[in-house]
Each structure stands twice: as C-alpha cells, then as structure tokens.
Write a protein that binds this ligand. Structure first.
Ligand code: PEP
Length: 252
C-alpha cells in the first residue's frame, strides 16, 4: 500500500533560529498528537544538521530542497547529495518549478540530480506540473509526461520505487488558486497510468503522488479524499506549525 505523505517545502524562508524553533514546535505538536501519515519537512541546507538533532525521525522525516548535479569537487557554492545525506536528511525535492524557471534546471540536469540523490540513499520528491498557458491550451498531460520521461523514466523499477511524485500546477503555487479536487484527481490518475504503462501496475499502485499548490487545512480534506491523491507538498502553509498540522490532520 502506498504511503500517505504531507511534506513541507520551506523554500527560502526562516533563518536558522526561526527554523529550529519551527521544527521544535512541530515535533512537540506531532509527538502529542501522532499523525496518520508520513510527515516530511524540507528545509534550506543550512537548517538540516540542526533540525535533524531536534526531530524524532519516527514522526518527522527531513529533506533538502535541492542538491547538486555533480558528485563533488570544484563547484563553488553547491551542495552535493552526499552532503545532504550526511546531515541526517532522508529526502530531497528535485524539479521544483522555481528551480526549473529561475535556475534554468533542464530535464538533463534534473536527471543527473535524481541519479546522484538515489546513489546516495536519498528518496526523491520529484515535482512536475504545467504553467497557466499550458493548462489553458489543454497541454497539461503532455507537459507532465515529458517531465517524467525527461528525468525519471530512465530509472529501473527498483530505483523508481524511491521516487515520490509531486504534481504542482505552476498556476496554483503561492497564488491562492488551487486546482479543484476533480482537476487534480484527473491528472493524478493520468500520471499513475503513465507509471503503470512504464513500470507495471504494482509499481504504479505503490507510488505516492502528492498534490501541491495553495494546499491548506480548508481544502486538504477534499483533495486527499480522492483516490489518486496521496497527500500534499506544502509551501506557504508549512511555515506555521498550526497551519501545517491542520493539513496533516486531514488524514484523520
Ligand atoms: C510549493 O511550492 O511546493 C507549494 C506547493 O507552494 P504553496 O503551497 O505555497 O502554493
């Protein structure tokens, strides 16, 4: 049975002290009232080692928001998958639309990052999703198919089983616009059908596909009730423990 997951993406928010305080608060709240799903927080690199010391790994998983497309060496300013893993993190988000758009991460670069993350024992939360123009032109299926084929469908079935997919329509990220539960379910089911065609029914059934894009406590229950929506990747609403907990509780 595939996992239900609520993952936070802090993006470039919170200094070290603020991030540590948020992780502490979340750990306390979720220790007192255990979640019914896997919970992951993905933080800036500088928080990882400190946050790893604070959270109970049985309750909260830890991830980075990116890693380098090179193994090691003279790449000033980069952070490798091995370095991420050495902090105690178990996950890394790759392919976020902000990385694709603002940092020119191409399918080929992302393919390298995915391979390095997996080689270093990290699970990958791989983001896909269409822009507003692409949605208006009814091209969302083509877009997500190309994104999967471009960066993760090269993997063996065994490696693909370490991938969590996050469907994030770009027009819904940080905009307050959410895909309707029906819109999200339709494309999640399509994504699962692509995985089935490539890897077979068992792998498809076991792959968690998260929805991301202005997900909050008020709309999470309706989204998570859909059969092919296995949780959420949460930006803005992961920055306050009560907001994030409200989404986690949608699984109760
Ligand atoms: C995200 O960027 O992963 C995201 C889903 O952001 P938000 O929840 O703020 O729309």
């Amino acid at each position: 049975m595939r996992k239900k997951i609520v993952a936070g993406n802090w993006k470039m928010n919170k200094n070290l002290q603020e991030g540590v305080a948020l992780a502490k608060e979340l750990n306390e709240v979720l220790t007192a009232d255990k979640p019914n799903c896997d919970v992951v927080i993905c933080t800036p690199f500088i928080h990882l080692a400190s946050v790893a010391q604070i959270i109970n790994p049985d309750i909260i998983g830890l991830g980075a928001e990116n890693c380098a497309d090179k193994e090691k060496g003279a790449y000033t300013g980069e952070v490798s998958a091995e370095m991420v893993k050495s902090t105690g993190a178990q996950y890394v988000i790759l392919g976020h639309s902000e990385r694709r758009e603002y940092y020119n991460e191409t399918p080929e670069i992302l393919k390298e990052k995915v391979l390095l993350a997996l080689a270093n024992g990290l699970k990958v939360i791989f983001c896909i999703g269409e822009s507003l123009e692409e949605r208006k032109a009814n091209k969302q299926n083509e877009v997500v198919k190309a994104e999967l084929e471009g960066s993760v469908f090269n993997l063996s079935a065994e490696d693909f089983s370490k991938i969590v997919i996050a469907y994030e329509p770009i027009w819904a990220i940080g905009t307050g616009l959410t895909a309707t539960a029906e819109q999200a379910e339709e494309i999640h089911a399509y994504i699962r059908s692509l995985i089935e065609a490539k890897y077979g029914a068992e792998v498809a059934d076991n792959t968690s596909i998260l929805y991301g894009g202005s997900c909050k406590a008020s709309n999470a229950p309706e989204l998570f009730a859909k059969p092919d929506i296995d949780g959420g990747l949460i930006g803005g609403a992961s920055l306050k423990a009560p907001d994030f907990k409200g989404i986690i509780d949608a699984w109760k």
